[in-house]
Design a protein around this ligand. Structure first.
Ligand SMILES: Nc1ncnc2c1ncn2[C@@H]1O[C@H](COP(=O)(O)OP(=O)(O)OP(=O)(O)O)[C@@H](O)[C@H]1O
Length: 335
């Protein structure tokens, strides 16, 4: 239903171009949740926003294609794109406070979308707002509240209700549970997952936390420094990752299900400056397995097993590398 191909997005900073997303792509099959994961600054939000074409003033789509239902969103005139927002594609932003205006009652905000974008009468919109609250597990008696009267979890649920208001086909959720504690995270993710199945939605979930994708997503796309480095069904990605960055991310986050047991090993160092990316593999400087070739030549993304795409020169040795990557000292040696 959505196919991103070879997409590049650049920010103009002074006289420089910062290419935040570079020749990257992935598919979101109909009715699936796809996670977009990577650490801060890897280009997840830029990618997610480009899909709805709500991008910063200094950003531009520098190349590539966003195929959605037979149209290329990267090239669609703004008026046509605007007609698709809410109705076909909706966005849950990083903080629910960004989607809810603090000065208006929540009901008014949902009704406004339903009336302005959905052409509903006031009466129909009021009934739909109540139905949406029920869907996301909030008592409809709370519709008359202002956003500040809601807890963080309720605000996030209300943001989900707002995103679902006009029955979109695709929902892009940017870090939808990041600011919440683990128990509330789980409840919201469960709710999102249930609604996704019931409504047959396609969802892109942006997160820095691999335990969130492990808990929720059918497929996972791992980004590093503006590039997709691995893309696979989530179970295989977690059990048999082929990219050392994915192996490192797995060690760096607690499991949402076991709520915090186990030793966490961070990946030392930080991603490269995107204004001046290195030659070769962008992860090489932090990779315990980097070889000479990795520093000189960029690996192309290849489908090495059916449905499993990876950009790593050493992917064929992944079984051995996974053993090494599971030892904390492998990563500590890079610090
Ligand atoms: N408006 C902007 N102007 C210039 N550079 C930007 C702008 N927005 C983002 N960037 C840069 O683009 C890169 C990718 O940022 P982006 O926010 O997409 O990453 P992210 O993975 O979503 O990180 P986070 O989780 O922190 O939001 C970063 O290097 C960031 O500094």
């Amino acid at each position: 239903m959505l196919s991103v191909k070879d997409l590049s997005i650049a920010y103009k900073v002074g006289s420089n171009d910062v290419v935040a997303v570079s020749n990257s792509g992935f598919d979101v099959p109909k009715g699936t949740i796809v996670g977009l994961v990577g650490e801060s600054g890897c280009g997840k939000t830029t990618m997610a926003r480009a899909l709805t074409r709500v991008i910063a003033d200094n950003a531009r789509i520098a190349g590539g294609e966003i195929a959605f239902d037979g149209q290329d969103l990267a090239a669609l005139p703004e008026a046509k794109m605007n007609a698709l927002r809410w109705r076909d594609i909706s966005f849950i932003p990083q903080s629910a406070m960004n989607s809810l205006d603090p000065v208006y009652r929540v009901e008014y905000q949902i009704m406004e979308v339903l009336r302005d974008r959905g052409g509903m009468t006031r009466r129909a919109a009021r009934a739909r707002a109540a139905e949406l609250f029920e869907m996301v597990g909030i008592d409809k008696g709370r519709l008359r509240d202002f956003p500040h009267q809601f807890s963080g979890g309720m605000r996030q649920r209300a943001a989900i209700a707002l995103a679902l208001a006009l029955n979109p086909k695709l929902v892009v959720a940017d870090e939808p549970v990041t600011a919440l504690d683990v128990i509330i995270q789980r409840q919201i993710l469960d709710q999102l997952r249930t609604l996704q199945r019931e409504l047959g939605l396609s969802v892109i979930m942006v997160t820095h936390d691999i335990s969130v994708v492990a808990y929720t997503c059918d497929r996972t796309v791992v980004m590093y420094a503006g590039k997709v480095v691995e893309d696979c069904d989530t179970a295989t990605l977690l059990n048999r990752p082929l990219h050392p960055y994915t192996m490192g991310l797995k060690n760096a986050f607690p499991d949402l299900k076991s709520a915090g047991s186990g030793v966490l090993t961070p990946i030392a160092g930080s991603p490269p400056d995107l204004a001046d990316p290195p030659d070769g593999c962008r992860f090489a400087a932090r990779c315990p397995f980097a070889a000479e070739l990795c520093r000189s030549t960029e690996p192309a993304p290849l489908e090495v097993e059916k449905g499993h795409i990876v950009a790593c020169h050493r992917a064929s040795e992944a079984a051995q590398l996974r053993l090494e990557a599971s030892k904390p000292q492998t990563w500590e040696a890079m610090a």
